[in-house]
Write a protein that binds this ligand. Structure first.
Ligand SMILES: C[S@@+](CC[C@H](N)C(=O)[O-])C[C@H]1O[C@@H](n2cnc3c(N)ncnc32)[C@H](O)[C@@H]1O
Length: 292
């Protein structure tokens, strides 16, 4: 049996080889996983910034220092804490500079690094994600500011989506997802809403964590590139993307099958019409007094 070609053309194979070489020069030891149409890297994002397509849209939830002491995701609240340590970067100031050269940029948690955003230089806007959605304030962040510099930034507004500890709206509701996949996992519905505000074909998340942005991008029909320096997050993101693509594949195959069976139904109907016409033609006309 002939071997399946990994690359459609020689040029594609050469390009992939050049990309691998560039990757190893920029970040020796970086891992790369291609799960078409997604590329995932395990490496420090800042080193890989030059590899990213310049026309892509950055949609990311970066790590940043939360408060003076930092937010402790390992602190138990009602239930025992799920995480034994905070994720990388939660104790450092975030510098958005490497990502601001992209034509479309959506940054979550912007209230933690206001002073580094170029608020005078390009069209930008703000959205407030209201996480309490009308519930009583508790020991959880009431909301989060999102900074957007997109082709046509929307007017400032509010996204309401319940997200306080175990109380989560949408597909991450505790009945569907009892344990979160990442200490700072974001809701799929919110990420999809943000991606819809961008126009680029490729969505870039340099701090992908468990890969929520990538899955959201796939659901919005975009390709995506994600980076995380933590190998565990990288593994979770890879398996999420793979599972999503399988689902989408099954869904597409289901849609195609439904389309085929509709076409079959239609041709069957057309066949029946032809048959009925033929029967009409071949049946000798009954005398008028014997017509039913
Ligand atoms: C706030 S979390 C993202 C969570 C994600 N939105 C989700 O839904 O799962 C930030 C992620 O950035 C990663 N990170 C921190 N510093 C990084 C760096 N320099 N390069 C790449 N990833 C980094 C952390 O490991 C963490 O997984």
């Amino acid at each position: 049996m002939p071997r399946r070609r990994q690359y459609p053309t020689n040029a594609d194979r050469q390009r992939a080889h050049r990309d691998r070489q560039r990757l190893q020069t920029l970040a020796p030891g970086a891992l790369q996983r291609q799960i078409d149409p997604c590329t995932l890297y395990c490496a420090p994002a800042e080193l890989l910034a030059p590899l990213l397509p310049p026309a892509g849209a950055i949609v990311t939830d970066p790590p940043y220092r939360v408060g003076l002491q930092g937010f402790d995701y390992t602190k138990p609240r009602r239930r025992p804490a799920q995480w034994t340590q905070n994720f990388a970067g939660a104790d450092q100031d975030f510098d958005p500079t490497p990502w601001l050269r992209f034509p479309e940029v959506v940054l979550m948690g912007a209230d933690h690094y206001w002073d580094r955003l170029p608020c005078g230089e390009r069209a930008w806007s703000l959205l407030y994600w209201d996480k309490l959605a009308g519930t009583t304030p508790a020991d959880f962040a009431p909301g989060e500011w999102i900074w957007l510099a997109t082709a046509t930034p929307p007017p400032p507004g509010v996204i309401t989506h319940l997200w306080r500890g175990g109380m989560r709206a949408g597909e991450e509701n505790i009945s569907r997802l009892p344990q979160k996949l990442h200490a700072s996992q974001k809701p799929m519905a919110v990420m999809r809403q943000l991606i819809r505000l961008t126009t680029a074909c490729v969505i870039l998340d340099p701090y992908m964590g468990s890969g929520t942005t990538l899955v959201a991008a796939l659901r919005e029909g975009r390709s995506c590139i994600g980076i995380d320096l933590d190998p565990d997050s990288f593994a979770v993101a890879c398996s999420r993307v793979q599972a999503e693509l399988q689902q989408l594949g099954l869904f597409r195959r289901g849609q195609e099958a439904a389309l085929l069976s509709r076409e079959e139904d239609e041709s069957l109907l057309r066949g029946r019409d032809v048959l009925a016409a033929a029967v009409d033609l071949l049946t000798p006309a009954l005398p008028d007094d014997l017509q039913p």
